[in-house]
Design a protein around this ligand. Structure first.
Ligand code: ADP
Ligand code: MG
Length: 232
């Protein structure tokens, strides 16, 4: 699926929010590392897709009306076999219907469970004056409570990407603290630059969030992705 076909599909349905499955697919196509993710509309499909992918897997609710999946009990991690996948499918559907009775629920996304890494966020918002702006920060409370983030205007140079990482107050965390392993700074830089290139190539993208990206001593991968496009 190309960005153009995903965009056409969304516009045909008068949606501006791409699903996690669509967002990851177009990002992977652009070279941004993200977990391979498929859409399952039935319990059986979810079980078959998990089997084909290999355990452990993660299931998440897919609904245009639900932006924060874990808030509604819509994320089930570390599923180890077919039975666990079936049970997780049922629970996610029940939780989502209870939390958002009016939302249309398309099914669940099935993806491989990534090993734990240092959580960072790579994002983009569109400023009414300056246009696309890239954002980088550490995941969790560092962004939500402490607002420890850095910004740069698109297009970014290699140097900009490096500075975005170095500027945050939590930067020492990425060098490894308290037994936490260091993060692969080059892989993070590369991911920031690839996202910047992606939004430059596709001006229809208005907002983008990779939250979180797991950073490893060797490499990095986005496990959640959200993309908002402009109206037709
Ligand atoms: P939300 O819509 O609530 O942001 P996420 O997709 O970010 O949902 O999932 C919630 C949390 O679950 C993430 O912050 C991450 O810690 C964990 N998680 C999500 N997907 C994966 C995955 N594929 N592998 C490992 N952990 C994951
Ligand atoms: Mg998330």
């Amino acid at each position: 699926m190309t960005f153009e076909s995903v965009l056409a599909q969304a516009r045909g349905e008068k949606r501006t929010l791409l699903s996690e499955v669509e967002a990851k697919e177009v990002l992977r196509e652009a070279g941004v590392p993200a977990t391979a993710t498929t859409l399952a509309t039935t319990r059986e499909q979810a079980r078959d897709q998990a089997e084909a992918m290999g355990y452990p897997v993660v299931l998440k609710v897919v609904s245009p009306g639900i932006a924060h999946k874990s808030d509604v009990g819509g994320v089930k991690l570390n599923l180890l076999n077919r039975d666990a996948v079936g049970a997780a499918f049922d629970e996610i559907m029940a939780n989502a219907r209870r939390a958002e009775p009016n939302a249309s629920i398309l099914g669940v996304s099935v993806q491989q469970m990534a090993k734990q890494g240092t959580e960072v966020i790579i994002g983009m918002t569109t400023d009414p004056q300056f246009g696309p702006v890239m954002m980088f920060g550490l995941g969790g409370i560092m962004v939500e409570v402490l607002k420890d983030v850095s910004f740069r205007l698109v297009p970014l140079s290699d140097r900009d990407a490096g500075q975005m990482i170095d500027e945050i107050k939590g930067r020492p965390v990425l060098s490894g603290v308290r037994g936490q392993p260091p993060a692969d700074i080059d892989a993070l830089k590369k991911a920031i630059l690839q996202v910047s290139q992606f939004v430059e190539n596709h001006p229809e993208v208005r907002e983008l969030d990779l939250n979180p990206v797991f950073a490893y001593p060797d490499g990095a991968i986005a496990v959640d992705a959200r993309i908002v496009v402009s109206e037709a």
